[in-house]
Ligand binder design. Structure first.
Ligand code: NI
Length: 267
């Protein structure tokens, strides 16, 4: 097991940067060149609801480090179920894990996904590097396109596997920004395109959480029949607001998260 939470997230961050080069530039733009200057609100994962690799298998790595389950979410249209986890150390990122509900998908998609997951060894899922281990199967381009036609989520997962889908800057902790709009303006001026599905800012002070995100980078994927540039990961920004009891809201807003998922759509 990992010695501590910081070590785990440092590995996850390095793996994420390897396919999301813009994240380092965004980091420098908002904080400084020191990674420690930027506190992450949360990190997000995707998986399939097959027991071998399901949400609980990912969560086990977090529970072992002292994380606790804190909320659950349903996304009817995207056929997803999700939970979020928090650590007692408030500077440790929350973790949002979603899984695709295969029984609500077509028989063709289900057959493809089972073929992929059959290639994953149970030992790999339990190994300490699973949350930054990437893909555990071979895939060709036409299989990717078949998945993409039905579920962008499934297609993304089929090429990128088990790694952070996004990191999220805690705007509350940024020294130089008070509002999410000012973060967004700085990003746009520096040339980073934002996800505008549902508006650039998802949520509001009324639901205690405002979120925005960049559109995913593209990175080279090795298929069995050649390499191709595919949308990889993105960076999200979250500003949390105090509830009537004075505490910052720590949950997620399903309606906003629903739009954030679209940050990995092909541009
Ligand atoms: Ni997120």
């Amino acid at each position: 097991m990992h010695q501590d939470v910081n070590q785990l997230f440092s590995e996850i961050w390095q793996d994420y940067l390897s396919v999301t080069p813009s994240a380092k530039k965004v980091h420098e733009l908002l904080g400084s060149s020191q990674q420690d200057d930027v506190i992450n609100d949360h990190v997000a994962y995707r998986t399939f609801n097959i027991e071998k690799v399901g949400l609980n298998k990912l969560a086990a790595h977090l529970l072992a480090l002292g994380y606790k389950e804190c909320g659950e979410y349903h996304f009817e249209a995207k056929k997803l179920y999700a939970k979020h986890f928090e650590h007692t150390d408030p500077t440790a990122p929350k973790v949002f894990i979603s899984e695709l509900l295969l029984d609500k998908c077509s028989p063709e998609l289900q057959a493809i996904v089972h073929r992929l997951v059959d290639q994953v060894s149970p030992e790999a899922v339990n190994a300490e590097n699973f949350l930054y281990s990437g893909r555990h199967w071979d895939i060709d381009q036409s299989t990717y396109r078949t998945l993409l036609a039905e579920s962008e989520y499934a297609a993304w997962l089929s090429v990128w596997g088990y790694r952070a889908n996004h990191f999220t800057v805690s705007v509350n902790h940024l020294q130089n920004f008070e509002t999410l709009a000012s973060v967004n303006d700085t990003l746009k001026q520096a040339g980073f395109p934002l996800n505008s599905s549902g508006g650039e800012i998802k949520g509001s002070p009324e639901v205690f959480l405002e979120q925005s995100s960049t559109l995913a980078d593209a990175a080279e994927v090795e298929f069995t029949d050649g390499t191709k540039m595919i949308p990889s990961c993105f960076y999200e920004f979250a500003l949390r607001h105090a509830m009537s009891n004075g505490e910052l809201y720590s949950g997620f807003v399903a309606e906003s998260a629903d739009k954030i998922f679209e940050s990995t759509n092909a541009r």
